[in-house]
Design a protein around this ligand. Structure first.
Ligand code: GLU
Length: 444
């Protein structure tokens, strides 16, 4: 095991992993895999009031979904109390810790304090450089509530020593824990690991990323229809950037390109727009079958999207319209909700004046539509390309807007929609001709 890099995934199962936790796990993962090291998974569940098995299960599912594999564990701190108690005893025997009267709370109750040597602790953080902290301010800090009830820092330190952790990569909110933990490691005769404290993730308002900014847990992102490849790629760029301008990475490419030295020490601003564009890139990389399967599965969870799923031209719609538009699967739900796709299964009564391009006369518009009906009726093959071939010469001759606008509007009843050929292909011959006829009638 000599020289092997060992890192840790140490979530507290007190809630669902949020994007900051996941970014930390990802950076541990990328660093460790690149270095050929090993990852220890352990749940820091010493807070028995707030910890729950349910969150453990979800955390493990999240790691699996995101492809963040570990090599050892999962361990649970709640099952390792005897080790912490033994360490505590050792510290008391060496007189670097002592039993003291609780100063606040219940009188007569005892706690265990660490005998602080009150010195300046200096360490070199891989990301932030040399950091010096005077530990005098901490006083003789409490490390256990009783001889059998060790507290957080002691458990972490005992685990880090026993598990042979060589690199502690964690959020900068833990930076103040580092000197206390270093003092404890020294007192227990362990080797101080290398530390790398990752920058905070902030929202556009420069405040710590939280619920009010939008989705923050993996489950929330999943519900919005983001895929693991997109999430991983985006999170890797939160605080880290490659040496070139490359933006799109697979997980394997990240493992190759990543380095802790290239992690910034200034806060990383979360951008939902950037996440969207990266997610879209990865969606477009999916083979067609997989894409359709994902989208179907997604839509199945939302009953109001059922009609779309049942639409006979669903696959054609995906190929010609949706794939180009969708950044995350929930974008389709928004398109359904805003009525943008209504023309696919129903057409509202049209307002005749809307059929008119600029100041073309009604008669002329009617003539164009009649002509389009004639041209399209003859078409035996019904695809966007063939329909375009049929109409295009006429549209060029008469003016594209003047011909294509009324056709498109007659078919969709909407001012914005895909081009008329794509729309006609999706509606099918009969429905297209019908709608064009109806528009002609309306103009009489
Ligand atoms: N359990 C801590 C957390 O979830 C991790 C602390 C550490 O990395 O040392 O924030």
């Amino acid at each position: 095991m000599a020289n092997t890099i060992i890192t840790r995934f140490p979530p507290s199962p007190t809630g669902n992993l949020h994007i900051g936790n996941i970014r930390t796990l990802l950076f541990n993962y990328l660093f460790t895999r690149q270095q050929g090291g090993e990852i220890v998974m352990r749940f820091e569940d010493t807070d028995t009031q707030r910890s729950s098995k349910e969150f453990e299960v979800i955390a493990l599912e999240t790691l699996t979904a995101l492809g963040l594999e570990y090599d050892h564990g999962p361990f649970r701190q709640s099952e390792r109390t005897d080790r912490y108690v033994a360490a505590l005893r050792q510290l008391i025997e060496k007189d670097v810790a002592y039993v003291a009267e609780e100063s606040e709370g219940e009188p007569g109750k005892h706690i265990i304090r660490f005998r602080n040597p009150n010195k300046k602790i200096t360490f070199t953080d891989v990301i932030r450089g040399e950091i010096s902290i005077d530990t005098t301010d901490f006083g003789d800090f409490v490390i256990a509530r009783s001889e059998t009830n060790p507290l957080y820092h002691l458990s972490v330190v005992v685990d880090d020593i026993e598990m042979g952790i060589t690199h502690v990569i964690r959020g900068e909110d833990h930076i103040t824990s580092t000197p206390r933990q270093m003092l404890l490691i020294e007192a227990l005769g362990g080797t101080v690991p290398i530390y790398a404290h990752l920058p905070l993730i902030i929202g556009p308002d420069k405040k710590k990323l939280g619920k009010r900014h939008g989705a923050v847990t993996y489950q929330e992102f999943k519900e919005l229809g983001y895929i693991p490849a997109g999430i991983i790629n985006y999170l890797a760029l939160l605080g880290w950037h490659p040496s070139d301008d490359k933006e799109f990475f697979t997980k394997e490419e990240l493992v190759n390109a990543f380095s802790l030295e290239r992690v910034n020490n200034s806060p990383a601003m979360f951008s939902y727009e950037k996440l969207d564009s990266i997610n879209k890139h990865h969606l477009l990389q999916l083979p067609r079958d997989e894409y359709l399967a994902h989208l179907r599965q997604f839509l199945q969870q939302h009953s109001f999207g059922a009609w779309l799923l049942d639409h006979p031209k669903f696959e054609l719609l995906v190929d010609t319209v949706l794939r180009e538009r969708i950044e995350k699967f929930s974008d389709v739900l928004v398109m359904i909700e805003t009525g943008e796709l209504d023309w696919l299964h129903q057409l509202e009564t049209l307002d005749a004046t809307e059929l008119v391009w600029k100041d073309t006369r009604f008669e002329k518009v009617r003539g164009h539509l009649d002509h389009a009906v004639a041209l399209l009726s003859e078409s035996s093959k019904w695809s966007a390309e063939t329909l375009k071939e049929r109409i295009w010469a006429y549209a060029e001759e008469q003016g594209r807007g003047e011909v294509l606008w009324p056709i498109r509007f007659a078919l969709t009843g909407q001012k914005k929609s895909p081009d008329p050929f794509t729309v006609a292909a999706l509606l099918g011959k009969e429905e297209t001709i019908n709608r064009l006829h109806n528009a002609v009638t309306l103009l009489k």
